[in-house]
Design a protein around this ligand. Structure first.
Ligand SMILES: Cc1ncc(COP(=O)(O)O)c(C=O)c1O
Length: 440
């Protein structure tokens, strides 16, 4: 081989080995890319939103979605409140800019929101003892409350427990777990009466270490639709005060339970009047139909304005790191409605109408079940309140409703009454009777 040929051959060998090396490196990168997330397993669908996905895929013409907790009108359509549309027109006409809100949200929103929840209970607002921050609806308010409690509350138990009613909104558990707070339970629902297990609840609350954190649904308990009576709330408040527990009120349904905002805030205000310092988490998803706007508030009642200010400063530090500042549109709608006498009055009327439609569907469903020939006692459907009815249907009966009748509801038998309408109530009653007739 000539010297030139040898050099050329050497070059080819060097090039070939460089390309082999590059190829090996590419394969190694590809392999490490493959393994980067290989350990991530497919997660289960959300128990409630997963149902909507299954419902959407179903091609049966008379399918019914009773899973998701969102109001529908009597034609089964999503509903935008007139007061909201009017507020949006005014906001558009005002040609507002889109600058960032402050970390805690606009003041006109926060003041109006706190007033809607607390009114003049125990003079807390007048004395400047309440911290209110806008939240990413009820879910975000609960999450910020959880983060604050995890950092600042002096829990009486090592694993920092929050006590939740059994059953409760399924999302409460992951929300508090994500904050490093351990969800535990207290008795709430009595399967035999489809009502409140008041005795069990009181016994459990009494057994907790003093100073425990107790979550209470302010009204329209989700999923059971079972609320304590005012007299029972008095006894619960007395016990919680005696035990020095910290009450955390989830108030996702103010106005939606009875149609009356003051009546639905009775428990929250009573606790304040007894001198307790509750956390109150509000949502405007249901009562104003602002589901996708994600607007709510976290209120912390304190003993004095200095404490309120210190708590606000810490909440702001937490919010800044979470999402910096809240979305403006929903808060502007709520502030416009609540701060205008006419729009506020219209809101009360419209919330009342939504609550009334749901109540009338409860009556119709019980009547239609009887007409369909059911001999079972369904009276709890009428006794329960708010968006949900805890029907008492078993998991197997629910499965049959889904597979045979294309009626979608959560496996614990919770019916979103907001999805029941004049057009489907007869079909629903017929199907419920068919899957439960074996029990008669
Ligand atoms: C009891 C309860 N709390 C809080 C929420 C939170 O809802 P959002 O985040 O839409 O305000 C819900 C929604 O279904 C609920 O039922």
């Amino acid at each position: 081989m000539s010297a030139v040929a040898a050099v050329l051959a050497g070059g080819r060998i060097a090039a070939a080995s460089a390309s082999a090396k590059a190829c090996a490196a590419t394969t190694a990168v590809a392999a490490s890319r493959m393994s980067l997330w290989a350990h991530v397993q497919q997660g289960p669908p959300d128990p409630i939103l997963g149902l909507t996905e299954a419902y959407n895929k179903d091609t049966f013409p008379n399918k019914v979605n009773l899973g998701v907790g969102a109001y529908r009108d009597d034609e089964g359509k999503p509903h935008v409140l007139q007061c909201v549309t009017e507020a949006e027109k005014r906001l558009l006409d005002a040609h507002l800019n889109k600058e960032y809100a402050s970390i805690q949200g606009p003041k006109d929103f926060r003041d109006a929101s706190a007033k809607l929840a607390l009114a003049d209970a125990d003079n807390a607002l007048a004395e400047g003892r309440v911290t209110t921050v806008q939240s990413i609806s009820g879910t975000g308010g609960l999450r910020v409350a959880g983060i604050f409690l995890a950092q600042f509350y002096n829990f009486p138990n090592k694993d920092r427990a929050i006590y939740l009613p059994t059953p409760t909104w399924s999302n409460h558990l992951p929300i508090f777990r994500a904050c490093g707070i351990e969800p535990r339970t207290y008795s709430y629902y009595d399967k035999n009466t489809c009502g409140l297990d008041f005795k069990g609840m009181m016994q459990d609350l009494d057994k907790l270490e003093n100073g425990s954190v107790v979550l209470l649904h302010a009204c329209a308990q989700n999923p059971t639709g079972v609320d304590p009576t005012p007299e029972q709330w008095h006894e619960i408040a007395t016990l919680i005060k005696q035990k020095n527990h910290l009450p955390v009120f989830d108030m996702a349904y103010q106005g939606f339970a009875s149609g009356d905002y003051d009546k639905d805030a009775y428990a929250v205000r009573h606790f304040c009047e007894q001198g307790m310092l509750p956390f109150v988490i509000q949502s405007y998803s249901k009562n104003m139909g602002l589901y996708g706007e994600r607007v709510g508030a976290l209120n912390v009642v304190t003993t004095d304005p200095q404490q309120a200010s210190a708590i606000e400063s810490q909440l702001k530090i937490m919010i800044r790191a979470l999402y910096s500042n809240p979305p403006i549109h929903g808060a502007r709608i709520v502030a416009t409605v609540l701060n205008d006498n006419d729009l506020h009055a219209l809101l009360l009327k419209e919330t009342h109408a939504m609550a009334d439609r749901i109540t009338s569907m409860r009556t119709r469903l019980v009547e239609e079940l009887a007409k369909a020939g059911s001999k079972l006692d369904w009276s709890h459907i009428q006794r329960q309140i708010g968006m949900f009815c805890f029907s008492g249907l078993t998991e197997q009966e629910v499965q049959e409703l889904i597979s045979t009748y294309h009626i979608y509801l959560t496996k614990n038998g919770r019916i979103s009454m907001a999805g029941v309408s004049s057009g489907n109530v007869e079909y629903l009653a017929h199907a419920m009777h068919a899957v439960t007739a074996h029990r008669e």
